[in-house]
Design a protein around this ligand. Structure first.
Ligand SMILES: [Zn+2]
Length: 114
């Protein structure tokens, strides 16, 4: 990985984190407890609960990714960032730009299911 590529990945992590934080804020708003006196509008209460469960799941996933990205941001300047934790090969730059929190190359990730 060149220093330039490392910079690009770092910028990507910061960008992804900002987008994720925005998403999390929105999802937290949507997963607030439904008050009994809420004006239901077009949605029935049951539909609202279903939708809330979907949002809670999305929120959970978003928070997991946020943690991974924060961790990646701490590690990005380290010498071993971008090396596969399993086989120690370099993770391709293209993969890191899509998934900067990746700790495994594509082969090891598909084998271990990570
Ligand atoms: Zn590997």
């Amino acid at each position: 990985m060149t220093p330039q590529q490392r910079k690009q990945i770092k910028a990507k992590i910061i960008e992804d984190l900002a987008a994720l934080e925005h998403e999390i804020t929105g999802l937290k708003e949507k997963t607030k407890p439904i008050t009994p006196d809420v004006s239901l509008g077009r949605l029935t209460r049951l539909e609202m609960i279903g939708e809330q469960q979907v949002n809670e799941h999305a929120l959970h996933e978003a928070e997991i990714r946020e943690n991974k990205l924060k961790y990646a941001l701490q590690k990005v300047d380290n010498e071993d960032y971008g090396l596969c934790a399993e086989c120690e090969e370099e993770i391709p730059f293209g993969r890191l730009m899509i998934l900067p929190e990746a700790t495994h190359c594509i082969e090891c990730a598909s084998e271990s299911g990570q």
